[in-house]
Ligand binder design. Structure first.
Ligand code: PSU
Ligand code: MN
Length: 307
């Protein structure tokens, strides 16, 4: 086990036993949702993972310590701090926060790195970063991380605040298989389909686990992206999601927002513009992804025979 990481007792024991563990990110707690929806969602994802017989490991950084398996008071602390005093941590931020003893919330990229260091094979999130609409040079570090860190990331696709065709192109270049879980098309986060093709459909956790295990046997060092459509009942109609995203993206451009601020800004505006309906879809997707990720982690643990 990596000495730089601080494990909760429960996560340490599960990893040593080869039991299924699912990593969770903390940027969605600090930068993705307002309080207290952020706290409720983080805890609901943990419960979903436990309900499937796996152990959740929410990852975040407190006073420069990377913690794998934040406990409830620590999650509450990050949820209350929000964006105030907590750095959004992608790969480039990790040495800054740890070296200078700051608080940090890990993005998909940051969480992948810490989870892989910890020996966790599956990570559940909402939407991954991608290529920003109208800003093709703004490529999220999430996509590059998926190209270099072998972990299975379960998500609801990417939000269409991003340029989804360009995002798929970058994933292809990075060598990342894009799997559709019970779908033939890339989910568009708030909506069940973007209409864009994925590389392969699977319909069971065992099939998703087989792809991850084969990647490891081949010694390939890239991530696997498993995309799961948001549950039907909570999906937003494509037109409604699109209208809100277009307006939010316009407002971001008008305000000159760029870099790591764009994603939180646009998500906040979409929330306002949909009168909170985006949040319902978002939470439904996150909790559903946590269930699916735990099932895949259990199937992977079977493959490895509980070392
Ligand atoms: N997309 C979402 N919700 C989020 C994020 C992305 O729908 O909360 C967060 C994730 O932590 C993701 C990060 O890794 O934003 C991507 O930021 P950027 O685009 O700056 O790479
Ligand atoms: Mn960016």
């Amino acid at each position: 086990m990596n000495q730089e990481l601080h494990y909760s007792d429960e996560v340490r024991a599960a990893l040593l036993a080869g039991s299924p563990v699912v990593a969770l990110e903390s940027t969605l707690i600090t930068h993705g949702f307002p309080y207290p929806a952020n706290l409720d969602t983080a805890l609901a994802m943990e419960s979903a993972i436990r309900a499937e017989g796996a152990i959740p490991a929410t990852i975040g950084i407190l006073d420069g310590q990377i913690i794998v398996g934040l406990d409830q008071p620590q999650i509450e602390r990050l949820a209350e701090l929000g964006q105030q005093g907590v750095r959004k941590c992608s790969r480039r931020d990790l040495p800054i926060v740890t070296g200078l003893h700051q608080h940090g919330a890990t993005t998909v990229a940051g969480t992948m790195i810490a989870a892989h260091m910890a020996g966790i094979k599956v990570f559940a999130t909402g939407g991954i970063g991608g290529v920003h609409r109208g800003h093709p040079q703004d490529v999220s570090a999430d996509l590059i991380e998926l190209g270099r860190t072998p972990i299975t990331v379960v998500c609801a696709g990417a939000k269409s605040i991003l340029d989804l065709p360009l995002t798929l192109e970058v994933l292809e270049t990075q060598g990342v298989p894009v799997i559709g879980y019970g779908t033939d098309t890339l989910p568009a986060f708030y909506s069940r389909s973007s209409g864009l093709p994925i590389d392969q459909r699977v319909d069971t956790p065992e099939q998703a686990a087989a792809v991850a295990a084969a990647r490891d046997r081949l010694g390939l060092q890239h991530g696997t992206l498993v995309t799961v459509p948001v549950p039907e009942a909570d999906a937003l109609p494509v037109d409604e999601a699109e209208a809100a995203i277009k307006e939010a993206t316009r407002l971001a451009d008008e305000a000159g927002i760029h870099g790591k601020e764009i994603t939180p800004f646009v998500l906040g505006k979409v929330l306002e513009l949909t009168g909170g309906r985006s949040q319902t879809a978002n939470i439904a997707a996150l909790v559903n992804n946590a269930h699916v990720a735990a099932q895949i982690a259990s199937a992977i643990a079977q493959f490895y025979g509980g070392e």
